[in-house]
Design a protein around this ligand. Structure first.
Ligand SMILES: Cc1cc2nc3c(=O)[nH]c(=O)nc-3n(C[C@H](O)[C@H](O)[C@H](O)COP(=O)(O)OP(=O)(O)OC[C@H]3O[C@@H](n4cnc5c(N)ncnc54)[C@H](O)[C@@H]3O)c2cc1C
Length: 571
């Protein structure tokens, strides 16, 4: 498909390689701002892609992109109801983040499970994106905004000159532009052709994965002991479920977990610590099945699953680059580096970096200041994101070796999520109150847990302490129970956590359900009792804006329901 017949003859402001979510989202924004954009895609849409589980923060970043750059099409992916109405009914609902721990040869002990149910926010709701549909939707949006598109584009050569970039395709066509964005992912064209990969990578995580899409997988909640009541207001099936064990974890991402679903497919994968499970020559499906069979509860959950596409088995997932910014070119996050999907951080980093890049690039195009120095801050942001994700995931794998350490680490991860989510929510609420989208830019200036984030000092202290304990437990110099006890004690003593809303540091606290009353407790704490830095920098929004947005959401939902079923008007 080619969206414009004269595409090969024109010079463009920006050429984008790859039309995943990153390439298409930035193309939408640039085209909206009046830039001429050419998107070159090696494959064609619709096509399978991985990276399906959203977080409150990835949804909020999409919302912020839409609002800041006035591209409502992007915002439709930030809310589950609007995804169903505008994008695809084949995407799934995500209301929970579940971790169920398993020991080889034993049924899961329900006490060794965590379920996080984040607060229900009025302006976004995360989802499971069927990337086949979401990426095709964003591509259409970019084309509708005027971006040009070539699929089956096989690159023969890329030439970066002082005043322009030239991309030659194998079919003989030549595309010239002032700037090149590489969104082609882990096989990044720029990184490969210009030797930008860091070899060996500095990332500490060492994992590989095997994955596919299946039919016939039941809700996990239906296969566990019915005598054990499901914790919280939502099922595990209403979100992303992780089956965790020593040396790895499975993901379970259902797409058919809502009333309007007509697509009973689930994304499944197992991700393995390569130091525990080194690469081997086993066929992908066979190795996947062997790991399933080791854990009786997982085997029951997967017993009726039928793959609808071949399994993919990867080598090491981690890669990084010496830098993202070059003369007239930039590597988008997934082209620059990647860690591991354990905490679903990939799309958060992608959308956040696109926000920063869109601000810089639109200004840089105006005065043709397109050298690497201009993009140094975005480069720094991407590097920080990658290293922070690596730190979190590397420690996650160390923690998985024993439930005690996994439990303590999960407490820290939940604290990290809660404060990070509140910070991003606060930025959105302040921009709504000010009715000024440019105020959203402060989300980039103060990334929550970066070196300049408002909670950085306490976060770094807890993170360093827990890392030391996990390393000691892994080296055998501390017993896992003792390491977990030290970690939990540090969390229990932290003044930076709302202890009235969850038992941080109490080993028996596992699930947390942020119902409206629990959220109210967090807000009261944040407004009145939290350390002054948190009150000033994280809880400095008006609760009335939250209430107003909630009323608006209820009116929107009512309108949508009536549109779908006019009989409701009488009710
Ligand atoms: C196993 C796995 C699971 C993941 N799960 C999650 C998750 O649950 N949640 C989350 O937030 N993130 C997840 N991620 C990360 C997520 O996949 C990425 O953040 C996201 O896909 C980035 O989007 P993108 O558009 O940059 O890249 P991609 O989605 O990789 O898109 C790249 C595009 O470039 C095209 N392309 C490739 N080569 C060329 C070429 N030579 N020329 C032109 N085009 C080319 C491809 O066809 C594709 O369309 C996961 C990653 C992996 C590896």
């Amino acid at each position: 498909m080619t969206s414009h017949s004269s595409a090969a003859r024109r010079d463009h402001d920006v050429i984008v390689l790859g039309t995943g979510m990153a390439g298409t989202a930035i193309a939408c924004i640039l085209a909206r701002r009046g830039a001429s954009v050419m998107m070159l895609e090696r494959n064609t849409h619709p096509r399978f892609a991985i990276g399906e589980s959203m977080l409150p923060q990835s949804a909020m970043w999409l919302w912020m992109l839409a609002r800041r750059f006035d591209v409502p099409e992007i915002g439709r992916l930030s809310d589950f109801d609007s995804i169903l109405s505008h994008v695809s009914p084949r995407c799934g609902l995500k209301r929970t983040f579940g971790f169920v721990y398993h020991h080889e040869g034993r049924d899961n002990d329900p006490g060794e499970s965590h379920k996080l149910i984040p607060p229900d926010l009025p302006f976004v709701q995360e989802s499971h994106l069927l990337r086949e549909d979401s990426d095709a939707y964003l591509l259409d949006a970019a084309i509708a905004r005027g971006a040009l598109y070539r699929d089956h584009a096989r690159i023969e050569d890329i030439d970066i000159g002082d005043d322009r970039v030239t991309v030659r395709l194998e079919d003989g066509s030549v595309h010239r532009g002032r700037y090149l964005l590489d969104g082609s992912g882990f096989r990044s064209q720029l990184a490969t052709r210009f030797g930008l990969r860091e070899e060996p990578t500095r990332l500490r995580t060492r994992s590989r994965t095997i994955f596919t899409h299946v039919e016939g997988l039941p809700a996990y909640d239906d296969i566990v002991d019915p005598a054990t009541p499901a914790p919280g207001s939502q099922r595990y099936h209403d979100g992303t479920l992780h089956h965790v064990f020593d040396g790895g974890w499975f993901w379970v991402i259902p797409f058919g977990n809502h009333r309007e679903a007509g697509y009973g497919v689930t994304s499944v994968g197992v991700t393995l610590d390569m130091d525990v499970f080194p690469p081997n020559d086993l066929p992908a499906a066979e190795e996947f099945a062997r790991h399933v069979a080791r854990f009786p509860t997982i085997a029951r959950h997967f017993s009726d699953a039928r793959p609808i596409r071949p399994f993919v088995k990867t080598g090491r997932l981690q890669y990084s680059s010496v830098g993202s910014a070059g003369q007239r070119c930039f590597l988008l996050p997934h082209s620059a580096g990647f860690v591991d999907p354990l905490y679903s951080q990939g799309l958060v980093s992608t959308f956040e970096a696109i926000y920063a890049l869109a601000l810089t690039l639109t200004a840089a195009l105006e005065n043709d200041d397109l050298g690497p120095a201009r993009f140094a801050e975005v480069d720094r942001l991407q590097r920080e994101q990658l290293l922070a994700a690596d730190h979190l995931v590397h420690n996650g794998y160390l923690a998985m070796r024993d439930f005690a350490t996994w439990n303590a680490w999960t407490h820290l991860w939940m604290a990290n999520k809660l404060i990070g989510d509140i910070y991003t929510t606060r930025t959105c609420l302040r921009s709504l109150a000010a009715e000024d989208p440019t105020t959203l830019d402060e989300a980039i200036a103060h990334v929550p847990f970066s070196v300049n984030g408002p909670t950085a000092s306490e976060h770094q202290r807890l993170l360093s302490l827990c890392s030391r304990e996990l390393e000691a437990a892994a080296a055998g110099s501390t017993a896992p129970d003792a390491a977990a006890e030290h970690m939990l004690a540090a969390l229990a003593a932290s003044r930076w956590l709302p202890h009235g809303a969850y038992g941080w540091g109490r080993g028996s606290s596992t699930h947390v359900d942020f119902t409206p009353s629990r959220l109210a407790r967090v807000l009261l704490w944040g407004k009145l009792a939290a350390p002054v830095e948190l009150r000033r920098n994280v809880f400095d929004f008006k609760v009335s804006t939250l209430a107003r947005e909630e009323i608006r959401r209820q009116l929107r939902q009512r309108r949508t329901a009536v549109e779908r079923d006019p009989q409701l008007v009488r009710a």
